[in-house]
Design a protein around this ligand. Sequence first.
Ligand code: 13P
Length: 251
Amino acid sequence: MRIPFIAGNWKMNLDRRSALELVEGLRRRVGERRDVEVAVFPPSVYLDEIARALMGSPIRVGGQNCCDEESGAFTGEVSATMLADVGAELVLVGHSERRHLYGEGDELIRRKVHAALDAGLDVILCVGETIEEREAGHTEQVVARQLRAGLEGISAPEMARVTVAYEPVWAIGTGHTATAAQAGEVHAYLRGLLEGLYSEPVAAATRIQYGGSVKADNAAELMAVTDVDGALVGGASLKPEAFLPIIEFSG
Ligand code: 13P
């Protein structure tokens, strides 16, 4: 039984005041719900304050990225241990914007997954193909490579702390969400890969979120797909009135 997991990736948006207002709005409405897991991913400079604002609430807080190294001369980087130190419980790794805008490759992403788990953080490992890759018929090949590389060396017990997010690059921030059928196909394929890499019970227990232009008006249809276990939401996670209906559809 996989509890739906709805995560809001704020990316580089909001300021301190609007971020606090947002979590106050979420906190009130999400209350003590246990039938759906909710997490927010603020910019790292606001993590500490947002984690404090959500203390005692079931809403979890995560970082959007972390360094693959633990500490040292890495100007501008933030380690997984530092994220955990200010109250993060999770981190996104391999988001398409990190892969495509900042050139992060599979090997770096693999090291980040290890660094995050070693620091005690849960991980959302993001995978997804570009439009060119989809049109060339390479979707499965691309997500398989990203999944295998990201999980290399991760044990079956550690998989209890890993969520996979399928985010087709062409659906992110474009308003062109994947259809339920397109998402269903890739999610089922990813679950099959997890079964091959680990076992049927691990594959059955791992949550696979869909991300890419999820909004209140398409969430119900996507969440109804068998292998879609939640959503990783960008734009629609920035306002309670946009994010709450997605959470409410999912529980
Ligand atoms: P949008 O919901 O804005 O398309 O962003 C999706 C995403 O990248 C979440 O990580």
